[in-house]
Write a protein that binds this ligand. Structure first.
Ligand SMILES: Cc1ncc(COP(=O)(O)O)c(C=O)c1O
Length: 392
């Protein structure tokens, strides 16, 4: 029965295998009614039974049982102490960077998602924080970039969109030696393939909009932390910024997570086939896919993850071919985002990485000929057939 908190009244299923954990979540079913689908607590506030007697819930900006079920599930999947579900990946990162104070320095991957770059350069720079972007596979440069004021190292691995791989264990050691928080954006691989907290990271963030949701129907963000102190930080940020995920959107992510293992397996298999086909296409001049044995990050990725995910980027022979591909795809959709059941092609130059200054983009290789594709779970032959006709 219910104690003063819904959660403390129930056995958690932490001893299950990962594929069962995604299905059974935190509480899994409703402890009161037995409803197998976790209820959507669509309420702003909670009644107190009498003075001094509470159910443990006060107001949904602070806690909501449906959001809490999602958060508990994500803490279990990422093997953290607590998780927090936000209204977007951007909102999660805003709360993350709330750890910074004036004068703090942060080192980030050099081709991070454009929105993360924008948070750094357009919001926290103005508050007196400093940011340096480095190629994270170059650990010597990373070490040289560290300052006494470096408070955080933030990596994506693989990165969006150049698919560079960072060595989580080694960077965790560098961060620890220098007293900096180590944060991994695990959006691309998800805990199905990679669990950074078990490899030394302090915080994992996600755009929950992507594989965790999996169906291109919710915008959400997740942060998972290793320590109770960091949990207090995110709890306070969510309370003050008021950006906790709503009950219905939380429920949709809980539902999406139930098939995370199945979807990730399929994304991974499909991407392998599509990448192999793209590599041999005469109009594809460069291809960035972590699952190729000659990818510079292949070995490191295998040492810390059990798969490669569903993301591929490639450079075409001309801007015209790139525009043709985006205009001519039929089953594949030309749309921003990634990680859903549908295959999406994206033009990072004007979409996801539009906020990055052009000179940096060109240096990284995000040019007029550059395409990113999120391989869905359709029949891979249909994905290939569509790419074939669209490339001409
Ligand atoms: C790697 C990565 N991190 C964070 C974000 C931001 O997430 P959201 O769009 O849910 O705010 C994105 C969005 O594309 C992303 O690709």
């Amino acid at each position: 029965m219910i104690n003063d908190n819904y959660y403390e009244s129930y056995d958690l299923k932490e001893d299950l295998h990962f594929d069962s954990k995604v299905v059974h979540g935190g509480l899994g079913c409703d402890p009161i009614t037995g409803a197998v689908s976790f209820p959507i607590f669509q309420t702003a506030t909670f009644r107190h039974r009498k003075f001094g007697v509470s159910t443990g819930y006060d107001y949904s900006r602070l806690q909501n049982p449906t959001r809490q079920e999602l958060e508990r599930t994500m803490a279990i999947l990422e093997e953290g102490t607590e998780a927090f579900a936000f209204t977007s990946g951007q909102a999660a990162n805003m709360c993350l960077f709330g750890l910074l104070k004036r004068g703090d320095h942060v080192i980030l991957s050099d081709d991070i998602y454009g929105g993360t770059f924008r948070i750094c350069e357009e919001i926290f720079s103005n508050l007196g924080c400093e940011f340096t972007y480095v190629e994270m596979s170059d650990l010597e440069t990373l070490k040289k970039t560290i300052r006494p004021t470096t408070r955080m190292i933030f990596v994506e691995t693989p990165t969006n969109p150049m698919m560079k791989v960072a060595d989580i264990r080694k960077i965790a050691d560098i961060a620890k030696e220098n007293g900096a928080y180590f944060v991994v954006d695990n959006t691309f691989l998800t805990p199905y393939f990679q669990r950074p907290l078990t490899l030394g990271a302090d915080i994992v963030v996600h755009s929950g909009t992507k594989y965790l949701c999996g169906h291109n129907d919710v915008i959400a963000g997740i942060a998972v932390v290793k320590t109770p102190e960091l949990a207090e930080h995110f709890r306070g940020q969510m309370k003050s910024r008021g950006n906790g995920l709503g009950p219905f959107d939380s429920w949709l992510i809980i539902r999406g997570l139930k098939t995370l293992s199945l979807r990730m397996q399929r994304h991974n298999e499909n991407a392998k086939k599509v990448a192999a086909w793209l590599r041999n296409h005469p109009k594809v001049k460069k291809i960035y896919y972590v699952g190729f044995e000659d990818h510079p990050g292949y070995e490191v990725n295998l040492s810390q993850a059990t798969g490669f995910g569903g993301m591929i980027s490639f450079e075409l022979d001309s801007e015209e071919t790139a525009h043709r591909l985006l205009s001519e795809v039929k089953m594949i959709l030309f749309a921003e985002s990634l990680g859903g059941t549908e295959t999406l092609v994206t033009y990072p130059l004007t979409q996801t990485h539009e906020s990055i200054p052009d000179e940096i983009r060109q240096k990284l290789g995000i040019n007029e000929r550059f395409i990113r594709i999120s391989i869905g779970i359709e029949d891979p032959d249909d994905i290939i057939a569509d790419l074939k006709q669209a490339l001409g």
